[in-house]
Ligand binder design. Sequence first.
Ligand SMILES: C[S@@+](CC[C@H](N)C(=O)[O-])C[C@H]1O[C@@H](n2cnc3c(N)ncnc32)[C@H](O)[C@@H]1O
Length: 350
Amino acid sequence: MPSLPNISESDVPDEPTNGNSTDDSHEIHSDVSSELEEILPAERPAYFRTEFSRLFHSHGDLPYPLPCDAPELERQNVFHRVLQQVLGSNFVGPVHAVLASDTGERGIKALDIGNGNGIWLEEMSEQFPHVKFHGIDIVPVSSRTPPRNVDFEMHNMNEALRRTSGTMSFVHARSIDMAVTNYPALLNEVARILRPGGLFLSGEWSWGPTFQDGARRNTNPIPAIDSFVTWITDELYARNHIAPAGAHVHEWLSESGQFIDISETLEYCIPLDHNTDTRTANIGTDFRNAWRWYADSLLPFMRSTGMAEDRVAEMNRGYMRELDATPGLVAVYTVTYATKSLRGPLVAGR
Ligand SMILES: C[S@@+](CC[C@H](N)C(=O)[O-])C[C@H]1O[C@@H](n2cnc3c(N)ncnc32)[C@H](O)[C@@H]1O
């Protein structure tokens, strides 16, 4: 695993997406896959801006705090590989069954919300070549030449999804809670576009390392990491009501009244140490590095709040020191999945 590289304009990934523009004048409930326009190389820089030496999406008013440059995309790759090793798959739940069902002439479609560099979609498209996969994201950082059964679209997930009601067999949303301003509203949109019997799968990471053992958590041997996570959590909530979602998705799915067979909330505690578990023994070091990159990726956000530079540096140093020196740390990945009800809403959704 290389150390965090220096970051420059050249860290915008080379490949522009084939996503369409963010022109929201489309009929929002139509299926837009046939209307996508390719973003030309010359248009590409307009989708990025540089702030505090990192590259971000250029939608100034969207609240997502993390950059979209090469180091951040590499972090997403590491998290993706770690999950594959731990889960033994790119998903949890009855995905095979739902993607095998014949939906008639329309074919089988799946949507990934906040697709990032598109690695999950590309791998899924290989595993399920008969399925048409779509991704949405606010930045064109996915491949310009995706597999024939994948397309990437630029779209804000906090707005109505540009998909026809009842057409998706599977909707996947991984690590998007730092982007979502109203998760129950997003779930209403997910329910709208899923066909009856279609599957929603959510996976969310903890916003920092922690301990699996509640007793250790209570004695607080990582005060700097805890205060970093608390600060990020408070700040994102105060600005845009953005909050960690993993522990609440089950409750919101139930409250929406539009889902059945809601799984229990599954928690995977993934070690940041070298350890003896054969499934995870070799991932600790890479994973720990990726959590260093995560804290560095949040530096521009901290600075953007006006926090004094020495305080920013002190918080970052404290986090890194404890991350390096504390055995037994884990990151928690929380999964919930559910099936779209075969009938209309059971109770009024939010
Ligand atoms: C942490 S990354 C996760 C990427 C991918 N799902 C994964 O697990 O590898 C979150 C993604 O959400 C995207 N994003 C942030 N705000 C968004 C918004 N309002 N609408 C659509 N995508 C957004 C970011 O650009 C980023 O690619």
